[in-house]
Design a protein around this ligand. Structure first.
Ligand SMILES: Cc1cc2nc3c(=O)[nH]c(=O)nc-3n(C[C@H](O)[C@H](O)[C@H](O)COP(=O)(O)O)c2cc1C
Length: 406
């Protein structure tokens, strides 16, 4: 039997193995440094902000079945690897409306970002600019289109719109986007009314947060978040600054359940740039939108935050790409948390994905730095998967395809 040759322990060898790190005083920083996945960052986020904030981001509508199904469907995707292809050079870039982006990932529109971290929308847009990605500003943003354009003039930006029946109101918001250098409108159509998010109701969520007796304890638990909230500009829906309406009145105007395809036609006639329609869940709706002359659709159930038990975007992707993919770009979103999820979507024919919660976990954990880390994790997971499947660019992923296991 083979035996190792023994020797006396060498102090020099021992000390060469020691990692000379001092004790960590900032535990959040340490946890961020150690985070390997977006899920790890979500855990840092959970500890960094009040429960009401984390639940608002992480939660979904009603029984939260849609988002669970989206994640479960991603986990059933199986790759189809090639071997012995030269995978030494991997290119994750793609083109969106004729211009190169470095990753097939777009920052989805998400409201109230300054609620999650005081640096808000501009911090995310700065990362988008640095990484050559597209950033979508939500209608419900806490930064106005002009403020975002002024703060991060170099970022490629799309403005997310909810169509309102009162066309003057819609025009006012569209004009702000046009004047502030937004390249495209991303029209969200899955919000005839707002979804029932039970966690938010149970947590008594209000924007801005109300200070009640119980809040004193919350302040004691997350003093940094509260200090940042109280020492920066008050939270507001910045695109509607100057509207003399209460929050509930504002919400009923913005989420207008009477809008139809006719309103999309009208939008097409007043906006000469690209229009992306987000929230499509059926093939006939995709076809009707394409006839109106929009440029892209996002198969989305709003991350499960509106209708619970809606269609799982990944499951209808191939059918919809087959029906309209030669005429418009097709994206999906909901539950994308890894580079492998991004690969899966492209393998089933998507042009790319939108991410919401993934980057918001980064925002809550550490503002722009957290978002930067999320993108680097997604990038390295995608690159790793591409190398291991022998697909060296986005077109090769699409050609290789993937399977959804039954
Ligand atoms: C906290 C939060 C706020 C959101 N706000 C908006 C919004 O204002 N407008 C919109 O069109 N979609 C909004 N969304 C939906 C996202 O654009 C996107 O569809 C969804 O986040 C994708 O799912 P994911 O979070 O699992 O990536 C929001 C999502 C989250 C998580």
């Amino acid at each position: 039997m083979a035996k190792s040759k023994r020797q006396l322990p060498s102090p020099k060898y021992f000390f060469s193995l020691v990692e000379w790190n001092g004790p960590a005083f900032n535990r959040r920083k340490l946890h961020m440094k150690r985070a390997l996945t977006v899920k790890d960052i979500a855990e840092v986020a959970r500890k960094s902000v009040p429960k009401v904030v984390f639940d608002y981001v992480d939660g979904a509508a009603f029984e939260e079945i849609s988002i669970a199904r989206s994640k479960e469907t991603f986990s059933r995707v199986e790759f189809n690897p090639f071997v012995l292809r030269d995978s030494s050079k991997i290119d994750t870039s793609t083109e969106i409306f004729g211009k190169k982006v470095d990753l097939p990932i777009i920052f989805a529109p998400t409201g109230y970002t300054r609620f999650m971290h005081h640096t808000g929308e501009p911090a995310v847009a700065e990362v988008a600019e640095a990484k050559n990605m597209v950033y979508c500003l939500s209608t419900m943003g806490t930064t106005s289109p002009k403020e975002l354009g002024d703060a991060v003039p170099g970022v490629r930006r799309w403005f997310q719109l909810y169509l309102m029946k009162n066309r003057e109101d819609s025009l006012g918001v569209i004009k702000q986007a046009k004047d502030s250098g937004f390249e495209a409108l991303i029209l969200t159509v899955d919000t005839a009314v707002s979804g029932i998010r039970l966690k938010d109701v149970r947590n008594g969520l209000t924007i801005p947060p109300k200070i009640r007796f119980g809040t004193i304890l919350a302040i004691a638990r997350k003093p940094r978040w509260w200090m940042n909230l109280l020492t920066t500009a008050p939270l507001e829906f910045a695109a509607f600054r100057g509207w003399t309406k209460s929050l509930s009145e504002l919400a009923s105007v913005i989420f207008d359940s009477s809008v139809t395809f006719e309103d999309v036609k009208w939008l097409r006639s007043v906006w000469d740039g690209p229009i992306i329609v987000k929230g499509v869940q059926r093939v006939e709706d995709a076809r009707m939108l394409v006839e109106i002359g929009i440029q892209a659709i996002v198969l989305s159930n709003h991350g499960g935050r509106q209708l619970d038990r809606g269609t799982v975007p990944l499951e209808i992707l191939e059918e919809i790409v087959g029906a309209v993919g030669s005429k418009v770009d097709v994206y999906i979103d909901g539950g994308v948390l890894t580079g492998q999820d991004v690969y899966a979507a492209i393998g089933l024919g998507a042009k790319g994905v939108l991410i919401g919660r993934a980057y918001l976990y980064g925002v809550m954990a550490d503002g722009g730095r957290g978002v930067d880390k999320v993108i680097e994790i997604l990038r390295s997971e995608l690159v790793n998967t591409m190398a291991l499947t022998g697909t060296r660019n986005v077109s090769e992923i699409r050609a290789a395809g993937v399977r959804i296991r039954p």
